[in-house]
Design a protein around this ligand. Structure first.
Ligand SMILES: NC(=O)C1=CN([C@@H]2O[C@H](COP(=O)(O)OP(=O)(O)OC[C@H]3O[C@@H](n4cnc5c(N)ncnc54)[C@H](OP(=O)(O)O)[C@@H]3O)[C@@H](O)[C@H]2O)C=CC1
Ligand SMILES: CC(=O)[C@@H](O)[C@H](O)COP(=O)(O)O
Ligand SMILES: [Mn+2]
Length: 393
């Protein structure tokens, strides 16, 4: 029997890698639902190749165009438009597995819906768990499904723990150690980061990814979001999560146990490994990835993170320790600041300044429900835009 997979963010970097793994295993997986935001051309091309049951364009205004284009391309599948169509698809019978690979807070409601519906949830969209960790864990309990992390570090930790996501105390875990590449500006001083362009920030030394996460890697906010993600996914307190810079990006993360053992997961920096692992778990399948050749890989280096230059990592730890919805506020402010940086209206170093201002302006409140959280996300975005306008326009 084949597993039906809904790929949310099908036209993106994770979506493309997921579809590549699926294409290697037609007897085992089928891309039954494909979702994009506005990339009609790319979505039509994917539908021609993968013949899903349902194609959805999240921008509702493009639904008629998608339908027209699919008919012209001789693709017969159902067509949906708008975020309600995405939520209905992940909650319904067309898929067993949902790959949550929409970028940003836009992925929150579909991730929660997939969890509530008890689907096998492959989580790449880290912003949803950073925003709404407790709500996502509740939704998973309610739905009774399984979550398998796709983010490379969390997938690595998942692989280094006994039985997936156990109680860390019972499993004898002392620390989770997240590796960070250090991004394209590792080793630079603040003075050297004054005139960074979006293209420079997006030129990640090891991974090929979408522009938002690439900027996050360059500021080390990506690692900050991942610390928060690890806290919720594995139930680790902030003090039991460390970050170590590892420029080769071959060790994807580690788990330190009470007896001094440190287990690590290694592999070439190619997201198809984590995706294939998550799709097939607890089995293993071919991912199409070049095997790691350690003698030719050169030495593996490790160094501490420079949180004075890259303030975002320190801010993420502060938000995690502050509790309540502080991590959602951090995420919202960061999304606004990264958008402005990518649009060329905010300097690179000001991303951390905007986040810091907004966190100081909005003390944390308890996480109650999605509606309240979405409202707080909007308030934080407005506060971030005000800071931007005041200081940089
Ligand atoms: N890339 C990577 O290697 C990794 C990514 N991640 C995480 O995975 C997620 C995706 O990252 P990545 O693939 O790099 O991002 P990309 O920018 O490459 O792709 C984003 C995808 O999301 C879709 N999308 C954007 N906005 C919406 C919306 N409002 N509704 C529905 N779909 C939307 C885009 O559609 P369209 O093309 O139409 O705009 C596109 O398919 C992020 O949360 C990232 O942090 C985690 C680990 C590694
Ligand atoms: C591939 C992946 O999981 C990314 O999140 C990656 O970790 C980015 O690299 P750094 O944030 O370590 O630069
Ligand atoms: Mn990662």
């Amino acid at each position: 029997m084949t597993t039906s997979v809904a790929v949310l963010g099908a036209t993106g970097s994770i979506g493309t890698s997921t579809l590549d793994v699926i294409a290697h295993h037609p007897d085992r997986f089928r891309a039954s639902v494909l979702v994009a935001h506005r990339s009609v051309d790319a979505l039509v091309a994917l539908c021609q190749r993968f013949r899903p049951d349902l194609a959805i364009i999240a921008d509702a205004s493009l639904g008629a165009e998608l339908a027209r284009r699919l008919v012209a391309a001789d693709v017969r599948c159902d067509v949906g438009a708008g975020s309600d169509a995405v939520i209905a698809a992940v909650s319904g019978p067309l898929c067993d597995t949902v790959v949550a690979a929409i970028v940003g807070a836009a992925g929150l409601e579909s991730t929660l819906a997939a969890a509530r519906a008890g689907k096998r949830l492959l989580l790449a969209n880290k912003e949803s768990i950073v925003m709404a960790g407790p709500l996502l864990l509740d939704a998973l309990r309610e739905g009774g499904g399984v979550l398998i992390p796709v983010d490379s570090e969390h997938n690595a930790i998942f692989q280094c723990l006994p039985g997936g996501r156990p109680d860390l105390n019972k499993a004898g875990v002392r620390r989770l150690i997240l590796t960070a590449s250090g991004g394209p500006f590792r080793g630079r001083t603040r003075a050297e980061l004054g005139s960074i362009t979006p293209d420079q920030a997006c030129a990640h030394p090891k991974w090929s990814m979408g522009r938002k996460i690439s900027v996050d890697s360059a500021t080390l906010m990506n690692k900050g979001l991942e610390v928060i993600e690890a806290h919720y996914l594995f139930g680790a307190p902030a003090d039991a999560i460390d970050v170590v810079v590892h420029p080769q990006s071959l060790v994807h993360s580690m788990v330190e146990y009470l007896d001094g053992s440190v287990l690590a997961q290694l592999g070439n920096p190619d997201m198809r490994t984590a995706i294939a692992h998550a799709l097939a778990w607890p089995e293993r399948i071919e991912a199409g990835v070049t095997p790691l050749d350690l003698p030719r890989s050169g030495p593996l280096a490790f160094e501490p993170a420079d949180t004075d230059t890259f303030r975002c990592l320190a801010l993420a730890f502060e938000a995690l320790r502050a509790g309540g919805d502080a991590t959602a506020i951090l995420n919202a402010a960061n999304e606004v600041a990264v958008d402005a940086f990518l649009a060329g209206t905010l300097p690179f170093l000001a991303i951390a300044e905007v986040v810091e201002h907004v966190l100081a302006e909005l003390p944390p409140e308890p996480v109650v429900d999605v509606q309240t959280l979405v409202a707080r996300d909007a308030v934080a975005r407005q506060a971030a835009r005000k800071v931007l306008h005041r200081a940089y326009c």
